[in-house]
Design a protein around this ligand. Structure first.
Ligand code: FES
Ligand code: FE2
Length: 398
């Protein structure tokens, strides 16, 4: 159980909040590269509670600027892109991708006023078919080269989940809550087997659950009574690795989260042109109907694993009230994650880098986030089968 103050501290993402400042020490994906086109060169992005606008200028540079123009606040989403940047639709103030104001066309001839304007801007990088941003203080860290993101003996696929109407940390706590797999997902993640008790699901197959810290987060380890071992890391602060995939949970704001699923499919031909990775991208339909309402005014499908997860994350509330919970022995991983969050927030507050922030290129060649090789193969196969079903039923057809 947490006090209401502690709950706020671990969950809120806006500028100046403890968790918000921690999250701003990491790179986050904001959009799919191929969705910013010459026809639609701007896109609204809300991330960590900030309203921003992603754009690609006519020289091909991408920028992420505060959506509201520094002049009088019209949205830059409707700006006109030029070679040198984007011109606000209202009075034409032009910004480059770094937020420098290059011209204020309605000012008197020779005016240097534009030189006094600096618009909020964040750096943007392309990586594995996504645009990424870093919203923290300089100098920029590196985007970590986690194995699933950089292996080149296969292809990547990006699946964009429907928006989660809940705080990001609920999804992260779920990633260190291994017991739910055998119970919540008993009908969907057990390869057609039926449990003898719907209360116990397959929980009696588990001999032990353990957690230990690794250099990039927390490894959760399940040992089954039949000797099978199952390890998945939580890549701190907001990524889950499962099989050959990562789920990246990007906070939109305090009560909404965008999940990008990056899947690596070994052995298949990579997609790409001119050395630039161009993965297949799929968007999934909402898991609830009506899609724009919150529990209890909407109903989730319970047909697939990820919809079941969305159901529990959303029904815990927009921000789960952890002053009202009853943690038990099987919630050890959750306690460990909260302790890690508190510790890493304190590091950031005292000017240190939190866990997993990388600055040295030689530490960032390829980061192995998986320990058991045989498991990867088996899980990836199962996950692939499940994902195929998800795609069949939920992918939005272009
Ligand atoms: S509001 Fe953007 S130029 Fe005036
Ligand atoms: Fe789950």
């Amino acid at each position: 159980m947490l006090s209401s103050e502690e709950n706020e501290r671990l969950t809120r993402v806006g500028p100046g909040t403890p968790a918000g400042e921690l999250l701003r020490r990491y790179w986050h994906p904001v959009a799919v590269v191929k969705e910013l086109t010459d026809e639609t060169p701007t896109r609204f992005v809300r991330i960590l509670g900030e309203d921003l606008m992603l754009f690609k200028d006519k020289s091909g540079r991408a920028g992420l600027l505060a959506d509201r123009c520094s002049h009088r606040g019209a949205s830059l989403l409707y700006g006109r892109v030029e070679e040198r940047g984007i011109a606000c639709a209202y009075h034409g103030w032009v910004y480059d991708t770094e937020g420098n104001c290059l011209e204020c066309p309605a000012e008197p001839p020779g005016s240097k006023f534009h030189l006094t304007v600096k618009h909020r801007a964040y750096p943007v990088r392309k990586f594995i078919g996504l645009y990424w941003t870093y919203m923290g203080p300089p100098p920029l860290p590196l985007i970590p080269r986690y194995d699933v993101w950089v292996k080149d003996d296969g292809r990547r696929q990006i699946v964009v989940y429907p928006r989660l109407d809940a705080n990001w940390f609920q999804a992260m706590e779920n990633s260190v809550d291994p017991a739910h797999l055998q119970i919540l997902h008993q009908d969907t993640a057990s390869a057609g087997r039926k449990p003898s008790s719907s209360t116990r699901g397959f929980i009696d197959e588990i001999a032990s659950q353990e957690f230990y810290e690794v250099s990039y987060g927390i490894m959760k380890k399940r040992t089954y009574k039949n000797g099978r071992l199952d390890e998945h890391p939580l890549i701190f602060p907001n990524i889950l690795r499962q099989g050959d995939a990562t789920q990246i949970r990007v906070p939109i704001d305090d009560t909404q989260t965008q999940i990008f699923f990056v899947h690596f499919i070994p052995g298949e031909k990579p997609n790409g042109r001119g050395g630039e990775e161009d993965p297949e991208v799929l968007h999934l339909k909402p898991f609830k109907d009506p899609p724009d309402r919150l529990h209890p005014f909407t109903r989730f499908t319970m047909d697939i694993v990820i919809a079941q997860d969305h159901m529990v994350w959303e029904t815990q509330g927009p921000i789960a009230d952890r002053s009202q919970e009853r943690l038990a022995a099987s919630d050890r991983g959750i306690v460990m994650l909260r302790e890690m969050m508190k510790r890493e927030i304190e590091k950031v507050q005292s000017g240190l880098d939190p866990i997993g922030v990388l600055r040295e290129p030689d530490q960032n060649v390829m980061i192995d986030t998986k320990l058991t090789e045989s498991l990867v193969e088996m899980e990836s196969r199962q996950q692939r089968q499940h994902l195929e079903r998800v795609i069949q039923e939920f992918a939005i057809k272009p």
